[in-house]
Design a protein around this ligand. Structure first.
Ligand code: G3P
Ligand code: CA
Length: 368
């Protein structure tokens, strides 16, 4: 495992995180900032703008997020672009483009038959003619006023934005990039990882102290990246199932196996952090109420891994029953309380669609 890193200048200003009984002194936190708790703008500020658009990322940064989070897929001509999945009919207007009607197809995506339009069948120039739209309009009707206004950004544009906003806001806006469906793309001869390394190299970001993370739900691509990147790697885990590269390799281990104490020690050989589904930190009962926290945070810290769970969202639909404001899924509930409950477990940061709330919660605690 590569040791976690922090910008020396920042460490000089705020000091390294203190060691605790549960946490080796050599680990520290990956990036010391403010209250030392990372707010990651999940797909930007996707609670307020169509996800994975420059507008969404910019709003997240202006709301105080420490990092913006592009999910990465590739175009036909090998350009990394920000989309949550290769199939783009849910988040762009591709279906309304008659010139692309014959690109509609069915593919096997990680063992599931998916019908639609896929980024790897479009050149960047073609993808540029599309416009982004809100993924969940029934829940986020207010975001639909931005439908049709933004393009699909490239990874390079996201980095350029982060650099520009870092200068303007006078604080580093980091990039927390995720490789999406790495085996799927590798099988098509369009591996994402060399492009990620090349892009970070080209931008001077493949270095200790750069405000960059790289995350994945698969394992072998992180292991491939480990000796090639000098930025922290984060193993994502789901509440169920197994990494798809494990499925392909006949490895019987599941995500549940990876989050045992032994599994976390194994993960720490190649990764610096863990991005669990939040229910793996605090599970819910059958009625949706929070139960006692698991030992995951303690076990991860003992293994030297930071913990950044996903995804914190303000709508009742996504909140535990404890913090819902009504039975209406789109109504806002008490995200402050949910974040407070999770912070009490010792997590090191979180992914949120509502970075303004997470930043306000962090500031509230500082003020108190
Ligand atoms: O990367 C953390 C979190 O974003 C993982 O979930 O599906 O939103 O990419 P997803
Ligand atoms: Ca993601």
């Amino acid at each position: 495992m590569r040791m976690t890193v922090a910008a020396a200048a920042v460490l000089t200003l705020v000091g390294a995180a203190p060691a605790t009984a549960d946490r080796p002194a050599s680990t520290g936190t990956t990036h010391a900032r403010g209250d030392d708790f990372l707010v990651v703008g999940h797909r930007g500020a996707s609670g307020y703008r169509p996800e994975h658009t420059l507008a969404s990322y910019e709003l997240a940064a202006r709301m105080g997020a420490d990092y913006i989070e592009p999910d990465l897929v590739t175009t036909k001509d090998g350009v990394l672009v920000a989309r949550h999945e290769p199939e783009i009919s849910e988040t762009t207007d591709v279906a309304a483009h008659p010139e692309f009607a014959n690109r509609k197809t069915t593919k096997n995506l990680d063992g599931i038959q998916v019908t639609g339009w896929f980024t790897e069948d479009f050149t960047l120039a073609e993808l540029r003619t599309l416009r982004a739209k809100e993924r969940i309009p029934a829940l986020r009707q207010q975001n639909t006023i931005y439908d049709g206004r933004y393009r699909v950004p490239t990874f390079q544009e996201v980095i350029d934005l982060a650099k520009r906003l870092s200068r303007e806001l006078r604080r580093e806006i980091g990039v927390y990039a995720e490789t999406k469906h790495p085996s799927y793309f590798r099988q098509q001869g369009k591996a994402l990882e060399p492009k990620v390394v090349e892009t970070l190299n080209r931008n001077g970001l493949n270095r200790r102290g750069a405000e960059v993370y790289v995350q994945s739900f698969e394992v072998s691509n992180l292991q491939w990246l480990d000796p090639r990147l000098n930025v922290p790697l984060v193993q994502l885990t789901s509440a169920s199932g197994r990494p798809y590269d494990f499925t392909l390799a006949g490895d019987p281990r599941t995500y549940a196996d990876l989050v045992t104490a032994d599994g976390l020690r194994w993960v720490s050989r190649y990764a610096d952090g863990l991005g669990p589904e939040k229910g793996q930190v605090i599970p819910r009962d059958a009625a949706g109420f929070l139960l006692e926290p698991t030992t995951l945070v303690r076990d991860a810290h003992r293994a030297g891994l930071d913990v950044h769970p996903y995804t914190f969202r303000v709508e009742n639909q996504f909140l535990p029953a404890d913090f819902r404001s009504s039975a209406v899924p789109a109504d806002y509930g008490d995200l402050f309380a949910e974040i407070a409950a999770f912070r009490a477990t010792g997590i090191d940061g979180l992914f949120t669609d509502n970075p303004d709330v997470a930043v306000a919660q962090r500031d509230e605690r500082l003020a108190g």
